[in-house]
Design a protein around this ligand. Structure first.
Ligand code: NAG
Ligand code: NAG
Length: 702
């Protein structure tokens, strides 16, 4: 019987033929690649079936991740036939030039299929740098090393996107973005950070102008937000639906939809372009890879944070289950991408085969894999195993990835959270097909003395970083950043029932629902949360949690935006490769209601908020990720975008002292003689401007 390495070959045998003509010269391990094309066939087949049947299947397969193997089992029973004449179907379905031969889609000469079952142009091998980051050599690549400050933008769908917009606007207003070395974002946070990092348009254009609450009348609020915020007013529902009905390639549907609404409008929607950190790097890459050109790359403007991490996850290799012990972070950056350190027990991950029933065979061994160990230059990410120097080196030769890790793909992957809300919302269109949308990437580990090479590449299901760390804190701690700001743009309200400032300790049960769950997991409460993989995220002592919740509660009670600034000892966490025994200055912003903010709003806006569910701002500020507005899946109105982003911007500016202490390293008492004194009394803009001038003086005199 089959063993894992040849499972897919066996299936190919069972199924008879595959949908694509595999060209061996194209790819070293094409056997594994076929699995993804089965996904496509299944997707197509399900659509041919009645909606009721699709729904049944959806219910039956209420699992988090796609089962390629399972799919192929079904295919062996009932195979899809393509009408002989429908080459155009093949073209849209395989994302590249194809021809239809005897009812099968074949790649045209010069093209070959890859991990996603689509036809890609054959490209020359590439020469790229590999950086080991593991027990033997712990250093991150230069741009991601020696970072002093970090800002982390949490996930949380459109709410997190819009709140992140307000956060960046506030920080920019205080001139603190230029003092941020590392920006980490997850999911919805990446919908804002991705465009912000790479667009060369003015920051004002992108983020919108600074606001003050007293000016946010309904008339003002209904004007169009800045360019990035405008993206939040466009819905993806119709794009997804059209794509489904057109039979578009399922792997691209999600990424394409976000590309369409978020990136294309600001000129970043070309998915043939690679990411790179700056022009001199592009020149170096081109020198070593003459088939690439300057136009093939996008780079961030020079005034953006030096390091940028879009957080995704590796769920499991195709055909295998993901669980708490297999999910691993995938860190996508303009310079290097991959998975640092060797996560897992003793640095290895154990993957069980997916589903108990498929093949009903015990012959398929659980898979034990070494994953991670470092990063590869982003333009080469997704390649097959390098020909040499898998343990790291400069200009290492490897097969070209079949398509770039484009900004759109990174943004889409970082937010590919179908498992939870989207598949539910998409049930009408055949929720089960959402499973087939999970992106796939080729990954190989960086080898070392402990895990010597060569080690083969595998196809991983990849997805939303929020499954594992929805805060973005962990990549910052991995890089030992000593001063960190976290924006928790959550819909969880700060617990107000118990008094966290009382001397008596409050139990884990109550603390465990008192703030964003992806903050509490950092204190060892990760096991309390179902449906996510947070078990391995403890980095702080449990006893350090209550004082922070006390801070948040105190501000919340006083009607102020809730923040807490504390110095915490970092605990060792070997799963993430985090060295313990050092201290981090951590500023937490926790999204919640602010009475002070609301009291400054013009009367008509206040009235609208007071109208609750009946008004324009139902749930404010905890807007829902899905169906905040009855006629859309994820979009908000301009007024909602403007109000929520202004709340967060206000929070940053009102707590300017805290933010400056952390990001500019300037002791707080320079800015706030009495903590929070006069907070309510000061006119926001005057206060902030006064501070800015004072700050400029201080900085210049240093
Ligand atoms: C497609 O064409 C081949 C011959 O080229 C023929 O044998 C086959 O029956 C045709 N299939 C369909 C579905 O028309
Ligand atoms: C996208 O970028 C590629 C690579 O630079 C270029 O060849 C192509 O023309 C661009 N496509 C569009 C639509 O601009």
């Amino acid at each position: 019987m089959c063993r894992w390495t040849i499972i897919v070959l066996c299936f190919a045998h069972i199924v008879g033929q595959d949908i694509l003509d595999f060209d061996d010269a194209c790819h070293k391990s094409s056997a594994i690649e076929c699995s993804a094309s089965w996904l496509q066939r299944r997707a197509h087949r399900v659509q041919e079936n009645s909606p009721a049947h699709a729904h049944e299947l959806a219910m039956e397969e209420h699992s988090k991740t796609v089962s390629a193997a399972h799919a192929s089992e079904e295919m062996s029973v009932k195979s899809m036939t393509v009408a002989n004449s429908s080459t155009s179907f093949c073209d849209t379905h395989t994302g590249g030039p194809t021809r239809c031969v005897s009812g099968e889609c074949m790649c045209q000469p010069g093209y070959c299929s890859d991990d996603d079952g689509r036809c890609h142009k054959k490209l020359p091998d590439v020469f790229a740098d590999i950086v080991p980051i593991n027990d033997e050599k712990k250093e991150f690549p230069p741009r991601q090393a020696n970072l002093q400050t970090a800002v982390c933008l949490s996930g949380g769908g459109t709410r997190a996107m819009v709140a992140a917009l307000g956060a960046l606007r506030g920080l920019e207003y205080l001139d603190l973005l230029g003092r941020t070395d590392l920006l980490v974002s997850v999911s919805g946070g990446t919908w804002t950070s991705g465009p912000f990092m790479f667009s060369h348009m003015s920051k004002g254009h992108l983020l919108g102008s600074p606001t003050r609450p007293s000016e946010l009348s309904l008339e003002e609020l209904t004007t169009r937000p800045g360019l990035i915020g405008d993206g939040a007013t466009h819905d993806i529902y119709h794009l997804l639906k059209t794509a489904f009905l057109n039979n578009d390639d399922p792997h691209s549907i999600w990424v394409n939809a976000f590309n369409e609404i978020l990136l294309k409008p600001i000129g970043l929607g070309n998915m043939s372009k690679y990411m790179a950190p700056d022009d001199s790097t592009v020149q170096r890459i081109i020198r070593k890879n003459p088939h690439l050109q300057r136009e093939d790359f996008i780079v961030p403007p020079s005034d953006r944070p030096r390091a940028f991490v879009m957080l995704g996850v590796l769920l499991a290799p195709l055909g295998h289950e993901s669980d708490d012990d297999t999910v691993v972070s995938l860190q996508m950056s303009p310079d290097f991408s991959g998975s640092p350190f060797y996560p897992g027990r003793e640095g290895q991950l154990q993957f069980d085969e997916e589903g108990e029933h498929w093949l009903a065979s015990s012959d398929i061994p659980a898979l034990k894999l070494v994953v991670g160990g470092g990063m590869v230059e982003t333009f080469a990410f997704g390649s097959d195993t390098p020909f040499s120097d898998q343990s790291g080196g400069h200009g290492v030769r490897m097969p070209s990835p079949s398509e770039p890790l484009s900004l759109a793909k990174a943004v889409g992957v970082s937010s590919a959270a179908f498992s939870a809300y989207t598949s539910q919302a998409m049930d009408k269109l055949g929720g089960q097909r959402m499973q087939a949308l999970i992106p796939v990437a080729t990954l190989w580990p960086i080898t070392s003395k402990k895990f010597p090479g060569p080690k083969a590449a595998a196809k991983f299901k990849i997805g939303d970083g929020g499954h594992m760390d929805n805060s973005g804190l962990m990549p910052a701690l991995q890089r030992k950043v000593p001063r960190i700001v976290m924006f928790l743009n959550t819909d969880v309200k700060i617990g107000m029932k118990s008094d966290f400032c009382a001397y008596t300790p409050v139990g884990a049960g109550e603390l465990g629902s008192a703030a964003a769950w992806y903050f509490l997991d950092k204190f060892g409460l990760g096991a309390h949360v179902d449906g996510s993989f947070l078990m391995h995220n403890q980095v702080f002592r449990f006893k350090d949690l209550q004082p922070i919740l006390c801070d948040l509660q105190t501000h919340r009670r006083a009607g102020r935006p809730a923040v807490s600034l504390r110095e915490l000892e970092v605990l060792k966490n070997s799963w993430w490769g985090i060295e313990g025994g050092w201290k981090v200055k951590l500023l937490v912003y926790h999204l919640d209601k602010s009475k002070v903010f609301e009291s400054q709003l013009p009367a008509d806006t206040q009235k609208e908020i007071a109208a609750g569910k009946e008004g324009m701002f139902a749930n404010f500020p905890q807007f829902t990720m899905v169906r905040q507005n009855p006629r859309s899946l994820i979009s908000y109105t301009s007024a909602q975008v403007n109000l929520l982003s202004s709340l967060v911007e206000y929070g940053v500016r009102q707590h300017a002292g805290y933010f400056r202490e952390v990001l500019a390293g300037i002791p707080r008492n320079l800015w706030e003689p009495q903590p929070s004194a006069g907070f309510e009394a000061l006119h926001p803009r005057e206060a902030a401007q006064g501070d800015s001038e004072e700050l400029a003086d201080i900085l210049h005199s240093r």
